[in-house]
Ligand binder design. Sequence first.
Ligand SMILES: *[C@@H]1O[C@H](CO)[C@@H](O)[C@H](O)[C@H]1NC(C)=O
Ligand SMILES: *[C@@H]1O[C@H](CO)[C@@H](O)[C@H](O)[C@H]1NC(C)=O
Length: 420
Amino acid sequence: MFLKTIDILASATKSRPFLMLMIGLIIGYCVAELISYITISEDIEPTNFLASTDSNIRSPPSHADDVIPHFDVLRHDHPTDNTSLADQLKKDVRILCWVMTNPNNHKLKARHVKRTWGKRCNILLFMSSEADDELPTVKLDVGEGRENLWRKVKEAFKYVYRHHFNDADWFYKADDDTYAVIENLRYMLYPYNPETPVHFGHKFKPYVDQGYMSGGGGYVLSREALRRFVVQGIPNPKMCLPGTVVNEDIEIGKCMENLNVTAGDSRDINGRGRMFPFDPEAHLIPSKDKEFWYWKYQFYKSDEGLDCCSDNAISFHYVSPQLMYVLDYLIYHLKPYGVVRASQQLPDKLKVGEFLPPPKEEPANSNEDSFDDDDRIAVQNYGRGVPSIEPDAREVGSNEVESNDEKFTPELKAKLQNVE
Ligand SMILES: *[C@@H]1O[C@H](CO)[C@@H](O)[C@H](O)[C@H]1NC(C)=O
Ligand SMILES: *[C@@H]1O[C@H](CO)[C@@H](O)[C@H](O)[C@H]1NC(C)=O
């Protein structure tokens, strides 16, 4: 059949050399496409998140598709759950989530965000440089690659401003390896007025006087912060850096400061963190190494062990697709029988420009004293997905560090230089 078609084509083209040339070109193109497709699918095998520390207890899979589910594993609901308060907050505190992804990750990562935490946002957008009808994506006119991150963030927020400014009160940027508990994000934001110029995230100390929000666990902008960023910031090189750089989180932090958008405090009433740059394990069982860059970057004093993390934690980073399903199961399905926690009362709403007072210095119920070194689970190194080198310091060019010199205390600078 196939040969016959070729025969017919050949005889048809005998008298038409141009047609023959065209057919040759088309066949050549198809073969080239096929080869590049095969090469790409080998390249994107996600060895990064499968090369985990527990490979000795789970034999390494031959291919990612063996372990990442193709279907939503937790599709059932719990109709007897009393979600009336969460439902009310979904109306009162509308959150648009946009997830930074790229064509290689549409299926490997972004799809699993949509099936797990992403579906709880009021609006969920995936920002990529390529269209994808399944997710779907917003196709931004920017190149891929880490060096384009800052441009991508600006284009994404411009898109959100143009198309969804009135559809949400808060605008949350996350990565495709972020995991977020959207109900807890709503609870944190509930007292704040979206017309207050403020943004929240995990606050780091260097580079920006008021601190900047670490990119990985995501950061959330109030509607007024979004408006200032897009209307007053992006078009004005005195406010926000034009062009593109790798460190989008530092740049938006500088930009927010220039625009008088307050760097909010995302800790809970007990002073425990709610938005995190690593996975839960890395925060619960931290490195003993006090020289680890993370401790020097903390804006607030932070605790180890269970005191690290709020019972109403919001976000973690470096979360593999597998762990997203595990977390969804642990948070939304598994419950200890007979234990029903009383829900905290909602705080009063604040006026525009008002902020909650900072939490008490020491976390309540601190068990620090009963906890000596032998009790701690000693781990020399952070587990998977935690860079041993600070991700921003590693990327920042020497010029950039120079221009920020005055923002470092001599002590911090010395420490950072040791890290580098
Ligand atoms: C559900 O919870 C809310 C408070 O969150 C409470 O006021 C309401 O009575 C509860 N409904 C039922 C049926 O238990
Ligand atoms: C920020 O606040 C300062 C001091 O109040 C003011 O001088 C400046 O114009 C403000 N900038 C913007 C962009 O609102």
